[in-house]
Design a protein. Structure first.
Length: 99
């Protein structure tokens, strides 16, 4: 990771704001992929895949550890995000599976 070596509090806060914007953009991108995935599913049960959720959580926890970041923080963030995105995917699934 390339990080700027800030010289002032204000400069550090500006950089944090930039990172925050990128985080939101990445979450939006992930959400858009979730909506696309709904087209490939055959049931709501398939959307709520505990195995896939566990795989994602394990992968991001490992990445957090690699980056010297709290895996519990990342775990909590991803559990919340996944819960919301499962609901988004269910809504998208129901909207695309019109009988």
């Amino acid at each position: 990771m390339n990080m700027k070596n800030c010289q002032t509090l204000e400069e550090a806060r500006i950089e944090i704001d930039k990172v925050d914007e990128k985080i939101v953009e990445l979450v939006a991108m992930r959400n858009n992929y979730i909506k696309q995935i709904a087209r490939f599913k055959n049931s709501v049960e398939e959307i709520k895949s505990d195995e896939r959720i566990s795989d994602v959580i394990n992968r991001v926890r490992a990445k957090a550890i690699e980056l010297d970041l709290s895996p519990n923080l990342i775990n909590d963030m991803f559990v919340r995000m996944i819960d919301e995105m499962v609901e988004t995917e269910i809504t998208e699934f129901n909207n695309t599976k019109v009988f």
